[in-house]
Design a binder for this molecule. Structure first.
Ligand code: IFM
Length: 741
């Protein structure tokens, strides 16, 4: 139920103080610490939706006895949160209260709330206090100190400051009553933890009064005078008015949905989940700030403390690359801005180049906790921060994918090439050579159940090889197309032209267990571990590693999440269909999906293999992670939502992206009659429609042409302004031909 615009997110909490409602607004990049030594986490900034209604001086509380009706609605398409509440108070007085809130997508600093009140069966005094409230107990220990400035012509102001990171957050508010002829009294107060405007009037039965509230928020991350910026901005918001701000916001959402929408005919639940996914993905990204990225629970909750993982590059970025490239670019610029920290991380471990933080905040320093408590209360050391080096390959993978899809050479020259070079240098120094073969020892792959003494993790080795190859290709590209800029880059980062050759050599010689030719071994020695049938433990109420205990899990073949199977998806062209089929079947039986990142990838590979029952089962599993509760109170699983998008586009529609162009290979669930989506590719927009078992059409809009293929056929040139169709013959998808009505 959160609303957000990538700059900030506000949880779907109730407006008044309610014991079961955790009000929180999180601003991307505003991190703080509990103590000097502790790791950074997102701070909760003052609550801007705080509102308390009184009827005859009785505080309307959200206690079960008094609630006649309570409905909260989130409009995915317009980014609006509504709450409808009928309250029965003393002497059977019924008051109807409605709220509407949004965090503007058109203007990330603009927050708007509308409160509508109607006494249903009485005449009497109504009063409302609405303001900005500093949260003292919502994150124990992480208190931000606030200065509540007495209301003046600039409205109410809270100027808060994070304790250790020293970030200033300014929120300002003004509200007004409509219709204007209502004679309402207005005042304002500064309390211990909040600053509020008071409105009171005599309400008549059936009479509707509305309070419109505008809030402006700026931090010292946005400029050196957030106070002035907020006051100026608030005046603009007032001038634009509620309807104007609403119109701008809705238009911005409409614009984003034009490329983000996936339509599914024949499966309402799937449609709903995909809308939910697109809503939260759009709300999470900020194209306007290259110093923040999307954290594991975006801006919707405090689990994982707002840290940025590989989730951003491998799971979330693809959605933005193909539906909103400016956001993808900003997320990659975030990595670029943490490059200095990543270089320090690599150097501290004795490696060259850069090693990105497994859990990252603003500086690029690693924020992974050293240990956590498991559900049994045992202290479990967390080794991911030390060992999940595949994060580097994720950054390189996303950099390459963005550049390949957009042709944004400007980005490559500004930041991308440097990211590619420094990650390749890391791998070059990370491998060890034995008998002409390169090994990567002592890592943790994506499967976090195996975090001790893992050598030659198949995923990590493949991803590192891919990173090295692509980094070399980027330098070759620059040599041919931008020699002057390449010379400057060489000087800046001391790049020798012998380095790319060495990267090619290592990539070709990296150890990959393919000897059996049919089954991939997840890491060296994996097949000799205890083989446990996880189905024997179903149904489970705890994760399998808790059921088995850490020691037994580590010594078993039970897999936490897509690891070897992720390689089958990302690097598909490197494997024979038989290797993919057999390896998928093997790991499918041994994977516990202990991470929300897992089901969508299994579903995607299953769809590509034509295993539609499994594909659909995984699709539902992935799409219900937040819809059915679980631990969603800690924030939505935004990587799982990005994975869901990938499952549909790369799995069911079978999109494969290459340097030369795009190919499709639809394998749709029987129930799905039609699937429609858009892809942005270079300067074009492709509108794809798959009519299950009948035809695929692609309408090409924009400038130029692109190469498109279907069902493994050679790519065909397609021109902008035209539409093409491929017919299903019963056995295969036919070549594309121009569409004739
Ligand atoms: O990045 C993931 C990791 O792969 C599994 N544990 C949770 C992290 C954050 O989502």
């Amino acid at each position: 139920m959160s609303v957000g615009n990538g700059y900030l997110g506000t949880r779907g909490s109730l407006e008044g103080q309610a014991p079961a409602s955790d009000a929180a607004t999180l601003v991307a990049g505003v991190y703080d610490r509990i103590s000097e030594e502790s790791i950074e986490e997102l701070a909760v900034v003052p609550d801007w939706v705080y509102t308390q209604v009184y009827a005859f001086e009785e505080k309307l509380a959200t206690a079960p006895v008094s609630i006649l009706r309570q409905v909260r609605t989130l409009d995915f398409k317009k980014g609006l949160f509504f709450r409808e509440w009928r309250h029965r108070g003393r002497n059977n007085r019924v008051t109807s209260v409605r709220f509407l809130r949004f965090a503007s997508l058109a203007d990330p600093h603009a927050l708007v709330e509308r409160i509508t009140i109607m006494p249903e069966n009485y005449r009497g005094s109504i009063s409302v206090e609405t303001g900005l409230r500093i949260c003292r107990d919502c994150m124990p220990g992480l208190e931000i100190t606030g200065k509540l400035v007495h209301p003046n012509r600039n409205g109410l102001t809270v100027e808060a400051r994070t304790r250790f990171t020293g970030i200033t957050i300014v929120e300002t508010q003004k509200s007004r009553v409509v219709p204007g002829f209502i004679s309402a009294e207005h005042g304002s107060r500064v309390n211990d933890f909040d600053i509020v405007e008071d409105w009171s009037w005599i309400g008549d039965a059936g009479q509707i009064v509305t309070i419109e509230k505008f809030i402006s928020i700026f931090t010292s991350r946005d400029g050196n005078n957030p106070l002035q910026a907020a006051h100026r901005h608030l005046r603009r918001l007032e001038g634009r008015g509620f309807n104007g701000l609403l119109r701008d916001h809705v238009a911005a959402w409409e614009e984003r949905w034009r490329t983000a929408a996936i339509t599914v005919a024949g499966d309402e639940e799937a449609q709903h989940s995909l809308n939910f996914a697109a809503y939260h993905l759009i709300s999470a990204g900020n194209p306007g700030d290259g110093r923040v990225s999307v954290s594991a629970r975006s801006l919707t909750g405090s689990i994982y403390k707002g840290h940025i993982f590989w989730d951003a590059e491998m799971y979330i970025l693809p959605f933005f690359i193909y539906t909103h490239p400016p956001t993808a670019r900003a997320m990659l610029m975030y990595r670029y801005h943490t490059l200095a920290g990543a270089r320090r991380n690599a150097a501290a471990k004795g490696y060259r180049g850069a090693l990105f933080a497994w859990e990252s905040t603003g500086s690029g320093a690693d924020m992974t906790p050293a240990a956590v408590l498991d559900p049994k209360g045992e202290i479990v050391p967390v080794l991911s921060g030390k060992l999940e080096h595949h994060i580097d390959a994720a950054v390189a993978y996303a950099t390459w994918s963005y550049w390949n899809a957009t042709g944004d050479d400007g980005f490559l020259l500004q930041a991308g090439a440097e990211l590619m070079v420094e990650t390749a240098r890391f791998w070059e120094s990370r491998v060890t050579q034995k008998g002409g073969v390169y090994h990567i020892d002592g890592v943790e792959g994506p499967d976090e159940y195996h975090d001790e003494d893992v050598n030659d993790n198949f995923y990590t080795n493949c991803a590192a090889a891919c990173n090295l190859r692509r980094s070399a290709r980027v330098i070759e590209y620059l040599k041919e197309n931008h020699p002057i800029e390449l010379a400057r880059l060489q000087e800046r980062i001391d790049l020798h032209m012998s380095e790319p050759d060495q990267w090619h050599r290592i990539a070709a010689g990296i150890y990959r267990d393919m000897e059996t030719d049919s089954l991939i071994e997840q890491f060296a020695g994996y097949f000799s571990l205890e083989d446990i049938d996880i189905r024997e433990f179903e149904p489970r109420s705890a994760p399998i590693d808790v059921v088995l205990g850490h020691k037994r899990t580590v010594a078993s073949q039970v897999v936490k999440q897509a690891d070897a199977v992720l390689a089958l998806y990302l690097l598909e062209e490197e494997f024979t269909p038989e290797v993919i089929r057999q390896s998928f079947a093997y790991y499918d039986r041994r994977t516990a999906h202990g991470s929300s990142l897992s089901p969508s990838i299994y579903g995607l590979v299953a769809a590509r293999l034509g295993l539609m029952e499994a594909a659909m089962r995984y699709f539902r599993l992935a799409s219900r992670i937040d819809m059915t509760g679980g631990n969603a109170a800690g924030g939505i699983h935004v990587a799982a939502l990005g994975g869901l998008w990938q499952q549909v586009i790369m799995g069911f529609a079978g999109v494969r992206i290459k340097r030369e162009g795009i190919s499709l290979f639809p394998h749709m669930p029987e129930k799905w009659q039609r699937l429609g989506f858009s892809l942005l590719w270079r300067k074009l927009r492709l509108e794809v429609e798959v009519e299950n078992g009948r035809h695929v059409t692609v309408a090409v809009a924009g400038k130029g042409e692109c190469s498109l293929g279907i069902h493994g056929r050679p790519l065909q040139a397609m021109a902008a302004g035209r539409k093409y169709v491929s017919l299903w013959s019963g056995e295969t998808w036919e070549e594309f031909t121009p569409w004739q009505k």
